[in-house]
Design a protein around this ligand. Sequence first.
Ligand SMILES: Cc1ncc(C[n+]2csc(CCOP(=O)(O)OP(=O)(O)O)c2C)c(N)n1
Length: 337
Amino acid sequence: MTEVINEQVEKEKHIRGFGAMILSRTLDKKIITAQRQGRVGFYTPTMGQEAAQIGLSMALSKDDLLYEYYRDVPMMLHRGVPLEIILNQVFGNRDDLAKGRQMPSHLVARDYNFMSVPSPVATNLPLAVGTAFAKVYRHEPGIVVASFGDGSSSTPDFHSAMNMAAVFNLPVLFFCENNGLAISLPVEKQTKTEIWKKAEAYGMAGFKADGNNMVEMYKVAQQAVDHVRSGKGPALLEARCFRMGPHSTSDDPTKYESDIVQDGSDRDPIVVTQNALKAMGLINDQLVDKVKSESVRIVNEKFDQQEKIPAPDPETMFQDIYKNETWIIKEEKGEIL
Ligand SMILES: Cc1ncc(C[n+]2csc(CCOP(=O)(O)OP(=O)(O)O)c2C)c(N)n1
């Protein structure tokens, strides 16, 4: 009986994961188009990294806490962060949780255990280690996940975080989304080794996964998450994936990349995952079409709705700085308001 229920739960988990991939891709395309129309200032597309993120997200629990990076919208959607929260941040409007103070793509969703995305790459990694330390100290449940790109593995913060997490045997999962590029720098020029292999040098477990196939990604992610959750110490999980678009809406990837994976092509993770789920008998064309059209409808509706929300009141920029208003703040307020 339990086996039958577990099997059903797993099937539904896969279908839900695939649905989140499609929703995320739909949102991505909408935001990129809107940026080209001058309706959004800036964005870091996530196309190509959906399977890697959602495959991992499927293996996580509610109590787990994430120090995500700027490309992690698919994971956020899968963990239930409402489109409104994401869009409010993209517009930097009055309802944005960060009061419009961050660049678009620097999300936060504390109620969903997503911490704030920092701009300097890999600075989220030491924070994740500190939080894991605190979690152990306070006997709180859950592990901490810190995500980053291949380029971020060249930073001192990567080294410090990996080293400290291992020395203190902390429940941190370092999640490297290796899309092969750091802006325009190919990963071969970034590092001479495979990234997951760096784990050994720090004394932790390393895992490598096909981040282009949600089904395969989930299997390896589950092993990595189980390892960390069981108290065996931190782990480094590398997911191989593609960046299907520019680094951000500010650059032209055709200037440095000749082999860009095209939307809907055989290497597109949505196509790869769709084929895998079809072979497992979990989805059919009818369901895929329905999820796609429903995603377009929801994304368009929410986009138009959140776009209408006005910018934050200028007064808000003086909030959350000092407990008591200083003379400088008073003076600046007088000039601006
Ligand atoms: C400390 C620091 N150095 C440089 C930058 C400029 N920068 C922004 S994103 C980026 C590339 C990061 O590449 P990677 O970690 O592989 O992530 P990806 O963008 O490919 O997902 C760089 C160099 C930065 N934000 N922070």
